[in-house]
Write a protein that binds this ligand. Structure first.
Ligand SMILES: Cc1ncc(COP(=O)(O)O)c(C=O)c1O
Length: 377
C-alpha cells in the first residue's frame, strides 16, 4: 500500500518550460527573468496595487517583515500562539521577545480579546508591542475586522502570516493583502510550491525595494562591495522561481481541488456528532482549505484522536498529524509571556490534520473513505 501523505507537491506541467528557459539563458542565480515574472504573476493575482518580493522562504519573509517594522533587540512582538514555529522564530533572531496570544474557537486564529489584553499589558509596562503577527491557520482567514480595528486603535502594524492561505479570502479581499506587511510560503507542502520559497507583500514600492536590498546582502551603490547595513542572502533562485511561474497557472485549480476535498470530508463526517470538521464561520470567510482538520468533541477527545491517528498510519498507511502545538507550550518558549486561556491547548489535544493535497487521486480518496468508515463504525 502506497503511503497517503498530508500534502504533497503537485506540478501543473508547465514548470519545466520555465526551468529550461533558465538553463538556456544561463540564469542560474538568485535573480533573473523567472524571479521577475513570478513576482508579476503573484502581484496580478493579489491585485490592489500590491508589490511582491520573492524570497528563499516564508521564514525569511517574516524576518525581513519584522525588520521593516523596525523591530530591534528587547522589543516585544505579539504572535499567535497556535502556529508553526517559523511564525515566531524570526522575532528571536532579532533579539526581540515574542508575546503569545491564544486562539478563538471559530477560526482557531488569534483571539481579539486576548490580543487586546496583551496590548494593554505591554503598554502598561512601557513595552508597547512593535507588531502583531496574525496567522491564517490551515488556510482559514483570521477575524480580520476585529484584529484590524485593534491594530488601528493602538497603532500597531499587522504582519499577516499568509503562508498557508494563498487563495483564501476575507469579505472578498485576498489573504496576503490584509496586513500592513504580508508573507507567503511556497514550501513543498503548500498550496503551490517553488520547492522552497516565500514572498513579502506590501502596498509600498519602497518597502519592496528595501526588502530586496536586505535580501541581497545590503550592497550599497558602489563599484566595490560596500555595506552600511547588515544584509541577508534571502532572494529566491531563478530556477525555483521557474517552478513558481508554472504553479501560478494552476493556483485557482489547486484551491478548488482542496475545497472539494473539504466537501468530501464533510460528507464523511456528516453523521459523526463527536467529530467536527473546521468550517467557515460565515460567508465572509473563504478558505483555501490548505488542510482539512477535525476535532473530537468528547471528554476523552485526546485518546480518541490518538487511536484514530495511530490506526490510520499503521493499518492503512495514511498520514495524519495533530494540530500545531501552541508556541507557549514549546520547551524553547517556556518562559515567554502568554495571554489567553486554554483554547489553543485544547484544540491541540483534540485535533487532527487530514490528507488534503490537491494531488490526491480518486483511488486514494476511496482508500481514505473506507479507512474512516471502518475506524468510525
Ligand atoms: C504558518 C506558517 N508560517 C510560516 C511558515 C514558514 O514558511 P517557510 O517554510 O517557507 O519558511 C510556514 C510553513 O512552513 C507556516 O505554515
Amino acid at each position: 500500500m502506497e503511503k497517503i501523505w498530508l500534502s504533497t507537491p503537485h506540478m501543473g506541467g508547465t514548470e519545466k518550460k520555465y526551468i529550461e528557459d533558465a538553463f538556456e539563458k544561463n540564469w542560474i542565480a538568485p535573480l533573473g527573468p523567472n524571479v521577475n515574472l513570478f513576482e508579476d504573476k503573484i502581484q496580478s493575482f493579489l491585485g490592489k496595487n500590491k508589490h511582491v518580493a520573492a524570497l528563499s522562504s516564508g521564514t525569511a519573509a517574516l524576518h525581513l517583515a519584522l525588520i521593516l517594522c523596525g523591530v530591534e533587540r528587547d522589543d516585544e512582538v505579539i504572535c499567535q500562539s497556535m502556529t508553526f514555529s517559523a511564525s515566531a522564530n524570526p522575532i528571536v533572531y532579532l533579539g526581540a521577545n515574542p508575546v503569545f496570544v491564544d486562539s478563538e474557537l471559530e477560526t482557531w486564529n488569534i483571539d481579539p480579546n486576548a490580543l487586546e489584553d496583551a496590548i494593554k499589558d505591554g503598554i502598561k509596562r512601557n513595552k508597547k508591542p512593535k507588531a502583531i503577527i496574525a496567522v491564517h491557520l490551515y488556510g482559514m482567514p483570521y477575524q480580520h475586522e476585529a484584529i484590524q480595528s485593534l491594530s488601528t486603535q493602538y497603532k500597531i502594524p499587522i504582519i499577516e502570516d499568509s503562508a498557508e492561505a494563498l487563495g483564501s479570502k476575507y469579505a472578498g479581499q485576498k489573504c496576503g493583502t490584509l496586513g500592513d506587511l504580508s508573507i507567503l510560503s511556497f514550501n513543498g507542502n503548500k498550496i503551490i510550491t517553488t520547492s522552497g520559497g516565500g514572498a513579502i507583500v506590501t502596498s509600498d514600492l519602497n518597502q519592496k525595494q528595501k526588502a530586496i536590498f536586505l535580501a541581497t546582502q545590503a550592497r550599497d551603490d558602489a563599484p566595490h562591495y560596500q555595506h552600511s547595513h547588515i544584509g541577508y542572502n534571502y532572494r529566491l533562485s531563478n530556477v525555483s522561481a521557474g517552478i513558481g511561474c508554472g504553479q501560478m497557472e494552476v493556483l485557482e485549480d489547486r484551491v478548488e481541488k482542496r475545497r472539494s476535498i473539504n466537501r468530501f470530508y464533510k460528507e464523511i463526517f456528516k453523521n459523526t456528532e463527536n467529530i467536527q470538521l473546521l468550517k467557515e464561520p460565515n460567508d465572509k470567510f473563504f478558505s483555501n482549505f490548505w488542510l482539512s482538520t477535525i476535532t473530537f468533541q468528547d471528554n476523552n477527545g485526546f485518546e480518541l484522536r490518538e487511536k484514530l491517528r495511530v490506526n490510520l498510519g499503521e493499518k492503512y498507511n495514511i498520514e495524519t498529524r495533530p494540530l500545531w502545538k501552541p508556541m507557549h507550550l514549546q520547551p524553547v518558549f517556556k518562559d515567554t509571556r502568554y495571554f489567553g486561556s486554554n483554547v489553543a491547548e485544547d484544540l491541540f489535544n483534540r485535533g487532527l490534520c487530514l490528507p488534503s493535497g490537491s494531488a490526491l487521486t480518486d483511488n486514494e480518496l476511496s482508500r481514505i473513505k473506507e479507512a474512516f468508515e471502518e475506524e468510525l463504525s
